[in-house]
Structure formats: structure tokens, C-alpha cells
Write a protein that binds this ligand. Structure first.
Ligand code: ADP
Length: 666
């Protein structure tokens, strides 16, 4: 292939622009990205070579070399990994293949500040090179291809790039950054070594740099950068040494790892700029042996609700990288967790398919799930500071443990973390009720809701139970499209009147998830929009009596209503649940709620036509007026349609509804 100039995909051009402008304050990460690409390329070679050892050619020792040339103003990262063919260079360096990144670019607002926050959630990858370079040259040859099939790719990061075929005996890739004048400090061993130590220490391959020594030992005071020796006095020795320690953080002892190191590693694997909320690091021995280092991020990625989205766990086998996004290692509802699992038992050539079936993997998955839930329980426990103990009645004093200042500070640091977690990931956690039967009880304890008496999403089932009224036998909840729809729903009226708390469920997944949870700790969960309300002992005798009487006197009217609405309502009955409203809709106990049916239909899925029950308030003037009204039929339909509107639905025939109301208004 002779030299040709190709345009970047439109999204790349956009991304490039953003990367170079918004990451300016954090320039150095480009090196992490390039070293990580080089190390990935070596991992890929090792992986492919399991089945084809010929790919090693005559260089079985995989390595990354970083070198610079002050005069030429270049920094070069070379690896002897898998390399790229010409087509791969075009595809991988000229287009954005990953859908996540594409979605990201689509979300860009043009507002630099907002956009640069977004970018933290995505790998900026190769393009970050243009923060420090005004030109990047990539030369590569794919392992197993002929030396005449090398490729050279050059771009200045504007709209296009050049590619051509070259002769390249060396396998792998060499990326040369032509440094901008204001980035010349990266052509320094001291600087580069520092960055490698910071970001890439865990990489098990040697990251080599050429050793330098002083040309003459003359000492002058020239700052810490060159140890006070004379400037410009370093010369290369031709000898290479590793700039990284090469010890994977997860393989080290907990007590030797600082929280900064844990956080730094998290940022590296997650591409998140923020520190995680929590981590857990354990070595597990038993039927299967593995190390886990798992993190709970503080922020949800854009594609969190995509259940197809890859999980965030990297799988290693005896410190050899096997694969990213090993979804078999955690259930889907924990897809927000990031981290590493390093197994001592799995074969190196394990495939995704094999992972699904492996018994070792099953054990790892269970172990990781347990740990993550444990981490969440811990965060939940420390979400609020313990209340200051007061002496119990009849006691003069309280005795508590002495708490050290450090413990106090730690407790303080953990306050609000679970709330933060829950706001980001709570809805995803709920999927677990249906997905992970074995951990249902633990999950239920982790759930938090808003309620008719609390504004924040902070009420747990246990809190609710502790506040239940005497005689209350169920945990009441309502599902709705929004908090305000839930709060103002007619179905809540009697509960408000009686001061009974109702949990407000407004996540899309609630209805589905609650199908899997019939009770909490022995107390049944009861939707206030399903079945006849049975307030049981919460109604007093006069109320019960009035309800029975109303049902009796209204019998003929109900029969008429039922006839008028036979296409819309399954039944019509008198209810005690309403106070101010004239009517509301409920579904049979075992029926799908109208809200869920509506949601399914909106999502284009099949949903049964739910015929709800119309419940009327015998005390309401409109209902009282029905009897004998010449507009009976219109009023009946209006009553039904308004009940539907009140719960956020739409009349089947909105125009007919408007006509009827207007006719009456006139
Ligand atoms: P990411 O590494 O997150 O996939 P990058 O933008 O860093 O994204 O790189 C894009 C792609 O270019 C990589 O996925 C890989 O296929 C290819 N690539 C980059 N650097 C190298 C390299 N040193 N060797 C082989 N392939 C590489």
C-alpha cells in the first residue's frame, strides 16, 4: 500500500478536540495510556501464542521500552506485542469502535467544563497523545506477518492521518510522540520514570528505560530535578533497566498498600478521575484459590442501564492478564463494580464460553458477590453517624465505649457514602431481587426508598417496620412514574388521613423487582393500588360499618356503572381508601399493575390489556350526584378517565374525554 491520506471518523475529530483541550491540566496521563496499550498488546500476543507459539518469532521476552531524544524532541514507546496490520491501524486508530465511547461523544454538549467531567468516565486512550504532541508516528507489524507488511501511520491530530506500508522486521508497535514545545519536560528520564512508577507499577512486564549517567561529576546547584548536578550532564549508557516494580498491587500484602495506591490503581483500571467509595481486597483459599480486589465507584457510567454492558472485572490467571470485562465473575446487577480477580486455578487459555461453565468461576462469582454485598452493608452501616446515646428512662447515665479520634475521623469520612452510592446505583441493585435468589434477604436490607412521610430516598424496610402503627400488618407501598405522582396519588388519601407511612417506588425496575419480594422479615409487602384495601385493624368500627352500609346502598348504582363501563373496567366497587378524590383505579391482587403494563407497552413489549377495577368514594359529591343524573353515561366515563389521569395514565380516547367534559362545562 502506497501512502494515502484518510480522514478521521467524525466522532474521532470531536473527541480529539475535547481531549486536547480539556485534559490539559492532567497531561501526564497520556503516558499511562500508551504504556497500558503497549502492555495490552503484549498480553494479547501471549494470549494468542497459547495456541500458536510461532507468533513469538525470535523474541519470546515481552517488554516495553520507553525512550526519548531531547534534540529530536521525541518520546517513543515501543513494545514487542501483537502489533497491528495496516488495516488494523486504520481501523483502530482512525475510528471509534467502542460503543461506549460513541455514546459518550454523542452526549458532548460543547460546554468544555461539563464535557471534561464526562470524559473521566471513558478511556481517552490513544488520542490523549495529542495533548503533548503535535504529531504522532506509529510504526507497527503484526505478529506472524511478513516484515514487508509493516505499517506507518502519521497524524498531527487535525482532521486526517497518513498510512503506508513499510518494511519493519521488528514485531510489535513503536509510537513516537513529537513533543510540543511546552511539553518538552516529558523528554526527561526523571519525569518519565516518576509517571511510570505512579501509574504502571503493577504491570508485570518490564517497562525498560535506558540508564543514564553523569558525563562528568561536577556538582553545581541546579535543583532537585538533576540532583544538584550540572545541567545537561546526563548521557545514555546503552544499558536498559526496568522503571516499574512489576508487582501487581493485588498480589501485595494489604498492610503494605496505602489508600492512595489503592485509589490510583482504581483510577487506572476504571478511567475514573474520582476516588472510589470503597474497596475490598482479599485472598480466598478453599476449593478454589483466587485474589480479589474490587471497588465500588462513586459515579455511575452513562450506560449503566444497559444490561448488555460489559462488567468491570479484569481476569488474571497467576498474574497473566486473560481478559477485560469478565462478565461471568459477577452477576449482572453488580455490573458497576470494578476490579481484578486473579485465579490460581483457571487455565490460561480459558475462553468466555468456558468461564460460563466452570465450577471454579461459579465459586469465584459467589465469593465476589458476597464481598461486594459486605462492602455495601458496611457503607450502609456508616452512612450516618451513630446517634448520641441518651440515658434510658429511669437511668441516670449512659455507658459507651471510648472511641479514638482516628475512629471518629474515619466514621466521619464514611458519612453519606452509602447515600451517594444508592443515588447512583440503587436501581441496579434492585435487579438483584429477581436475579440472585440466594441473596434476596441481604439485598432487601440494602434497599432505600422515599416515603409519604420522608422526602429523601433513605427509608429502609427496617426503618419502616420500626415506625409501623399499632395494628398495622403490612408494609404499604405505591409504584408510580414519578415521586410527585406517587405522593399525590388518590390511593394514598386514606393512608395520609390515618398517618400511615407508604413507601414510594418510582424506579422503573421497582414493580418488576417487587414481584420477587413478598415480604420483609415476615411482614408482607402490600401495594396500595392492588386489590381491595384491607386496612384491617387500622379502620375503626364506625368506619367499617359505614363502608358496609355504603356498599349495600350503592349496589344498584354500582351495577349501572359497571354496565356503562363494561369495556373499560373489570369491576366497580365502593372503597374506603379515598378521602378527597371521587374515584381511583386498582388492579386485582394478582394482576399486573396498570403502570407496569403501560411501561411495557412504551418499551414496545407485549403486555396484557389490564382491565382495572374502578373504586368510587361514596362520600364524594360527584358520586352522590350520579344517581338520577341525565348525564349518567358521560359522568361514568369521565370518572373513569379522570382516575386514569390521576395516576399518570392517558384516557384511551383523549378527544372523547375532552368532548364529554366540555359538554358538561357548557
Ligand atoms: P483502548 O486501548 O481503550 O482500546 P486506544 O485509543 O488507546 O483505546 O487504542 C485503540 C486501539 O488501538 C486499541 O484497542 C488497539 O487495538 C490499538 N492499539 C493501540 N496501541 C497499540 C499497540 N501498542 N499495539 C497494538 N495495538 C494498539
Amino acid at each position: 500500500m502506497t501512502k494515502q491520506t484518510l480522514a478521521f471518523q467524525a466522532e474521532v475529530a470531536q473527541l480529539l478536540n475535547l481531549v486536547t483541550h480539556s485534559l490539559y491540566s492532567n497531561k501526564e496521563i497520556f503516558l499511562r495510556e500508551f504504556v497500558s496499550n503497549a502492555s495490552d498488546a503484549c498480553d494479547k500476543l501471549r494470549f494468542e501464542a497459547i495456541n500458536d507459539s510461532g507468533l513469538y518469532e525470535d523474541a519470546p521476552e515481552l517488554e516495553v521500552r520507553v525512550s526519548f531524544d531531547k534534540d529530536a524532541k521525541t518520546l517513543t514507546i515501543t513494545d514487542n506485542g501483537i502489533g497491528m496490520s495496516a488495516q488494523e491501524a486504520i481501523d483502530h486508530l482512525g475510528t471509534i469502535a467502542k460503543s461506549g465511547t460513541k455514546d459518550f461523544v454523542a452526549k458532548l454538549s460543547g460546554d468544555q467544563k461539563a464535557d471534561s467531567q464526562l470524559i473521566g468516565q471513558f478511556g481517552v486512550g490513544f488520542y490523549s497523545g495529542f495533548i503533548v504532541a503535535d504529531k504522532i508516528t506509529v510504526e507497527s507489524r503484526r505478529a506472524g506477518m511478513k516484515s514487508t507488511e509493516g505499517v506507518r501511520w502519521i497524524s498531527s491530530g487535525a482532521g486526517d492521518f497518513d498510512v503506508e506500508t513499510i518494511d519493519r522486521p521488528a514485531r510489535g508497535t513503536s509510537v513516537t510522540l513529537h513533543l510540543r514545545d511546552d511539553s518538552m519536560d516529558y523528554a526527561s528520564a526523571w519525569k518519565v520514570k516518576g509517571i511510570i512508577a505512579k501509574y504502571s507499577d503493577h504491570i508485570s512486564l518490564p517497562i525498560l528505560m535506558e540508564k543514564e549517567e553523569w558525563k562528568d561529576g561536577e556538582l553545581i546547584n541546579a535543583g532537585e530535578e538533576n540532583g544538584g548536578r550540572q545541567p545537561g550532564g546526563m548521557v545514555k549508557t546503552g544499558e536498559w533497566e526496568a522503571a516499574n516494580k512489576g508487582n501487581a498491587i493485588w498480589a501485595r500484602a494489604k498492610k503494605d498498600i496505602t489508600s492512595d495506591e489503592y485509589n490510583e490503581f482504581y483510577k487506572q483500571i476504571s478511567h475514573d478521575f474520582e476516588a472510589p467509595l470503597a474497596h475490598t481486597h482479599n485472598r480466598v483459599e478453599g476449593s478454589t484459590e483466587y485474589t480479589q480486589l474490587l471497588y465500588i465507584p462513586g459515579k455511575a457510567p452513562m450506560d449503566l442501564y444497559n444490561r448488555e454492558k460489559s462488567a468491570g472485572i479484569k481476569l488474571y490467571v497467576k498474574r497473566v492478564f486473560i481478559m477485560d470485562d469478565a462478565e461471568a465473575l459477577l452477576p449482572t446487577y453488580l455490573r458497576f463494580v470494578k476490579g481484578v480477580v486473579d485465579s490460581a486455578d483457571l487455565p490460561l487459555n480459558v475462553s468466555r464460553e468456558l468461564l460460563q461453565e466452570s465450577r471454579d468461576v461459579k465459586a469465584i462469582r459467589e465469593g465476589c458477590t458476597k464481598r461486594v454485598l459486605g462492602m455495601l452493608e458496611d457503607l450502609a452501616k456508616h452512612d450516618k453517624l451513630p446517634e448520641v446515646a441518651k440515658p434510658a428512662e429511669g437511668e441516670a447515665e449512659v455507658v459507651t465505649d471510648v472511641v479514638s479520634e482516628e475512629d471518629k475521623a474515619e466514621a466521619q469520612a464514611n458519612v453519606g457514602k452509602y447515600s451517594k452510592f444508592y443515588a447512583e446505583f440503587g436501581a441496579v441493585l434492585k435487579e438483584g431481587l429477581g436475579e440472585d435468589y440466594g441473596n434476596k434477604e441481604r439485598l432487601a436490607k440494602l434497599l432505600r426508598f422515599a416515603s409519604s412521610t420522608t422526602d429523601t430516598t433513605s427509608v429502609s424496610f427496617a426503618d419502616y417496620k420500626a415506625r409501623m402503627k399499632e395494628g398495622q400488618e403490612a408494609i404499604y407501598y405505591i409504584t408510580a412514574d414519578s415521586a410527585s405522582a406517587a405522593k399525590n396519588s388518590p390511593q394514598l388519601e386514606v393512608f395520609k388521613k390515618k398517618g400511615i407511612e407508604v413507601l414510594l417506588m418510582t424506579d422503573r425496575v421497582d414493580e418488576w423487582a417487587l414481584n420477587y419480594l413478598q415480604d420483609f422479615d415476615g411482614t408482607p409487602l402490600q401495594s396500595v393500588a392492588k386489590g381491595a384495601v384491607d386496612l384491617g385493624n387500622l379502620l375503626d368500627e364506625t368506619e367499617k360499618k359505614a363502608a358496609e352500609e355504603a356498599a349495600e346502598t350503592f349496589k344498584p348504582l354500582l351495577a349501572k356503572l359497571k354496565e356503562a363501563l363494561k369495556d373499560k373496567a373489570q369491576d366497580v366497587r365502593v372503597t374506603t381508601r379515598l378521602v378527597d378524590s371521587a374515584a381511583c383505579l386498582v388492579v386485582q391482587d394478582d394482576g399486573m399493575s396498570t403502570q407496569l403494563a403501560r411501561m411495557l407497552k412504551q418499551a414496545g413489549q407485549a403486555a396484557p390489556d389490564v382491565k382495572p377495577v374502578l373504586e368510587v368514594n361514596a362520600e364524594h359529591p360527584l358520586v352522590k350526584k350520579l344517581e338520577g343524573s341525565v348525564h349518567f353515561n358521560d359522568l361514568a366515563h369521565i370518572l373513569f378517565d379522570q382516575a386514569l389521569l390521576a395516576e399518570g395514565g392517558l384516557p384511551a380516547d383523549p378527544a372523547a374525554y375532552v368532548k364529554r367534559v366540555n359538554a358538561l362545562l357548557v
